[in-house]
Ligand binder design. Structure first.
Ligand code: OGA
Ligand code: MN
Length: 318
């Protein structure tokens, strides 16, 4: 009698341990959610992974608080969403990497782990993250998802804002939706940097990242929802006078980043955030980057094909 109770107890504990599912806690009704009851440093249960993917299709920004991750664990989790990108810092002739090339180093630190210099090229380049954008839309194979992990954050500022481009699209008048469908913009990393007056790139660097076409309206396969696809990397629009296309991009980015579409993430150390680059824009906010260290690394997952190809739109050569 007594011994049978002793034998049953561990079984009950074990059964409970495997049936605790993830917790999805909405931060906004349909755009951002926090995910609890999952430890991303461990191999992930298939049922948990599919619940995370369902949440990711509904919300487009997920926050996983209190994750203690090595670089490899961070990358392993990212690989569940697709193949990894490597950093574009490799294209910059001056770049010395502080972290491995599978990461975008979004910190304000130099290779010696010190705060960067005021005039450093790395700092000028990274100021581009303060403009609304979606990651790697300047690559022919753009990013599907980004996973940004906070190791060290400043005491004030340095938030990240996210804009829901599905909600922005839904709110457009029907005539505008029709007008934007099948428009294609030319994206280039040098467009976003030129917006800040940073044009100091060699011919070799420019040739390493030629401009690419991207649609302005796209459909997200997992949810069937339509979304605007915009970024400060966008320049002209094919088939329009250059000035008119650029003016339309400015206008759309301003429209798509109105407060009602925006969630601001205030980082805590050990937050991992994942966002869907296909249907969101984001930007970093200011902080005293010459005083405080902000150590963030981003793993980035490629999309399955160029957005024009996914939408079945042929683009004539530029
Ligand atoms: C990024 C990015 C902004 C930030 O990691 O892609 O744009 O707040 N980050 O660091
Ligand atoms: Mn970014």
């Amino acid at each position: 009698m007594h011994s049978s109770i002793v034998i049953q107890l561990p079984q009950i504990i074990r059964r409970e341990a495997t049936t605790i599912a993830i917790t999805v806690c909405p931060v906004t009704p349909s755009f951002a959610a926090e995910i609890g009851d999952v430890d991303l440093s461990k191999p992930i249960e298939p049922s948990d992974l599919s619940a995370i993917k369902d949440a990711f299709a509904k919300y487009a920004v997920l926050i996983f608080p209190e994750q203690h991750l090595s670089s490899d664990q961070h990358l392993d989790f990212a690989r569940h969403f697709g193949p990894l990108e490597t950093t574009i810092a490799l294209f910059r002739k001056d770049a010395q990497l502080r972290v491995s090339p599978e990461f975008a180093d979004v910190s304000n630190l130099n290779p010696h782990n010190e705060v960067w210099d005021k005039e450093s090229r790395q700092r000028m380049f990274q100021l581009g993250n303060r403009l609304w954008h979606t990651d790697s839309s300047f690559k022919r194979l753009q990013a599907r998802a980004s996973l940004l992990y906070a190791r060290l954050i400043p005491p004030v500022g340095g938030h990240t804002e996210f804009a829901d481009e599905r909600a922005a699209y839904d709110s457009l008048p029907d005539a505008t939706k029709r007008r934007l469908t099948s428009l294609v913009a030319e994206h280039s990393i040098f467009n976003s940097r030129a917006r800040l007056g940073f044009t100091n790139f060699s011919e070799e660097e420019r040739q390493g990242m030629p401009p690419v076409p991207q649609v302005i309206v796209r459909t997200i396969p997992e949810s069937g929802r339509k979304s605007l696809y915009l970024a400060s990397h966008a320049g002209r629009i094919f088939g329009m006078p250059e000035q008119e296309g650029r003016a339309l991009i400015e206008e759309l980015v301003a429209y798509a980043t109105q407060r009602q579409f925006v969630y601001t993430h205030r980082w805590r150390v050990y937050d991992l955030a994942i966002w869907d680059n296909r249907c969101t824009m984001h930007r970093g906010t200011e902080f005293d980057d010459l005083r405080w260290k902000r150590d963030m690394q981003r793993a980035t997952v490629c999309d399955i094909a160029n957005s024009c190809e996914q939408e079945g739109i042929a683009v004539e050569a530029a």
